[in-house]
Design a protein around this ligand. Structure first.
Ligand SMILES: Cc1ncc(COP(=O)(O)O)c(C=O)c1O
Length: 556
């Protein structure tokens, strides 16, 4: 397909979807730069393998944020499960199957005993919608408590309980049944918390103070609702607030909030869409590290490693009040075969401990890099392989710097490394790769990030800006409205100024590996890289995978 003649469609980076990153205008750029920027925006993914994706020209990208491909893109065991089952039977329409029975049993086995009822549906949104129905039926109340900047899906009611989306809906009016509480984050504290902490509070003490104040606000939401004659059915949140910028609350937050919610006879819904299935490294489910047990667990994206599956897990007590549940596609044999294969791969390939170790190392490397660029790199937060890196304007004020974060994202993309953007201020570099991400991959990400930041620094010095100052102005011509030019310029500068400045820190070899550059090409067209697709060896080949799959089947 000739990509120059087909219309632009926003795919690959989910900039047009969840995180709604606004892309700097290209109006100031020259036509070449603009074209290059458009190409970067319009990358069309044609195939993928493990933690790599390839565009239509065969250019290979390191995928550092596609958590949907949980166990790796196109894992042969998952592909074999899907194709084998697809050729047998793929409809459910309410029929039971041994695959479904095995799948719900295996999912339930990963959870505390009280959570013994599993509904299989088709997405994270469907799961959350069903969770709200369950909570409302059980409590006979309507209202829902949510956290600031949360996102729980794209069905009508889920937009209402997703404050992240409210600003994007023209003339949106927050619904009376929704109560928004502050995000328990110490770094850049929530504006919903009016009170200032005592100035001497630091570290864990400050985190705990913030956690307590935010938990108080949850309690106040119940009191306030009652005062208005309303009743609350559930509190829903992520166990680590990933879509709000990877915020890991102090343990005391969940201890207090769960108690408060239960004292008011409401239910807690843990939305594990971004944290479930071992991503956080220490536990299979994000809530488990807090020693609490939710009433309802919802999950979507990781379950099918790319195939649409969602699930709601709850207790018999809560489930009994729902009445009927029917889904044409939910729990179909193909989805169940895939879901079982994903659980197997996580287990067989020790992906949870890998997430823990690689994630720990990546966080250490990011911390080290921050010592080099303290003016731009702020807080580093995360667990296992879900990490957020705050991009700031100033180390002292920690002011969020969204334009720079977006710029870094695109410059990394030019380096064939894909990251996302998250956080309320859209200034958090979001890293949530497939769990087969390796230590070598994390080095590659760090080198690329180092290289991009070094080029900014080099460019500032080369342009005669205050070389003693590290204060990068994001609203100058370099970063505002001219990203494509800045990418070309930074690539050139990497090969020239940076080498001159500090040969020891030159990371130009990174380009050589995957981007055979046309030396001396000042037009920037050296970006038309077509590296051959190299298939990596998998632990399990498709034949072995098929044999393993037989275990789950009970064919008469
Ligand atoms: C925390 C959270 N909940 C729910 C959803 C909705 O899931 P889906 O897109 O599968 O409907 C998402 C999607 O990214 C999510 O991040």
């Amino acid at each position: 397909m000739d990509s120059t003649t087909t219309p632009m469609i926003p795919i690959n980076i989910r900039e047009s979807a969840l995180h709604l990153t606004s892309i700097p205008s290209t109006s100031k750029s020259n036509s070449d730069g603009s074209q290059q920027f458009e190409r970067l925006k319009d990358t069309r993914i044609a195939k993928a393998s493990k933690q790599y994706v390839f565009d239509e020209e065969g250019t290979k990208y390191l995928d550092c944020f596609n958590g949907v491909a949980h166990v790796g893109h196109c894992h042969p065991q998952v592909v074999a499960a899907a194709t084998t089952q697809m050729a047998r039977v793929c409809t459910s329409q309410g029929f039971k199957s041994t695959l479904l029975q095995n799948y719900v049993k295996r999912l339930a086995q990963t959870l505390p005993e009280s959570l013994d009822i599993v509904y299989v549906c088709n997405s994270g949104s469907e799961a959350n919608d069903l969770a709200l129905r369950l909570a409302r039926q059980f409590t006979e109340e309507e209202d829902i408590v949510v956290t600031e900047d949360a996102f729980h899906g794209n069905l009508g009611i889920l937009i209402d309980i997703s404050p992240k989306m409210h600003g994007y809906v023209p003339n949106y009016k927050c619904k009376d049944f929704v109560h928004i509480t502050p995000l328990p984050m110490s770094y850049n504290r929530s504006k919903l918390l009016a009170e200032e902490p005592p100035s001497d509070l630091k570290g864990d003490d400050l985190d705990q103070w913030v956690a307590n104040k935010c938990a108080d606000k949850v309690d106040q939401a119940f009191v306030e609702a009652k005062r208005k004659g309303r009743g609350i059915a559930a509190f829903i949140c992520e166990p680590c607030f990933i879509v709000s910028g990877v915020c890991i609350p102090h343990k005391s937050y969940f201890e207090r909030v769960y108690k408060t919610v239960h004292d008011h006879r409401a239910l807690v819904i843990a939305d594990e869409t971004q944290t479930g299935l071992g991503r956080t490294g220490d536990h299979f489910w994000g809530f488990q590290r807090y020693g609490v047990v939710p009433d309802i667990v919802t999950v979507g994206r990781p379950l099918g490693a790319g195939h649409p599956i969602g699930a709601v897990i709850t207790s018999t007590r809560v489930s009994k009040k729902l009445g009927a549940y029917f889904s044409t596609f939910g729990g179909n044999p193909v989805s169940c075969a895939i879901g079982l294969a994903v659980l197997d791969v996580i287990n067989n390939e020790n992906l949870m401990s890998s997430a823990r170790n690689v994630g720990k190392m990546l966080q250490d490397q990011l911390s080290e890099l921050r010592t080099k660029y303290p003016q731009w790199l702020g807080d580093i937060r995360g667990r296992g392989l879900v990490i957020g890196l705050e991009i700031v304007s100033d180390a002292e004020t920690k002011a969020p710097n969204s334009p720079l974060a977006v710029n870094i994202m695109y410059n990394l993309k030019a380096e064939k490394v894909l990251v996302g953007i998250s956080g309320k201020q859209k200034n958090v570099i979001f890293i949530s790769p497939p769990l087969c991400f390796t230590i070598e991959n994390s080095r590659r990400l760090i080198f690329a990030l180092d290289s991009v930041l070094a080029s900014y620094k080099a460019m500032m010095i080369a342009e005669g800006d205050d070389s003693e100052s590290d204060n990068l102005e994001v609203n100058d011509g370099l970063f505002n409205g001219c990203i494509a030019t800045s990418i070309m310029a930074s690539n050139r500068l990497k090969r020239t100024n940076l080498q001159r400045m500090n040969p020891a820190e030159n990371n130009c070899h990174l380009f050589a590996v995957e981007t055979p550059s046309k030396e001396g090409d000042e037009s920037g067209d050296g970006d038309s890289t077509s590296s051959p697709i190299i298939e990596e060896e998998w632990t399990h080949d498709a034949k072995k995978a098929r044999e393993e799959l037989e275990e789950y089947e009970d064919v008469d």
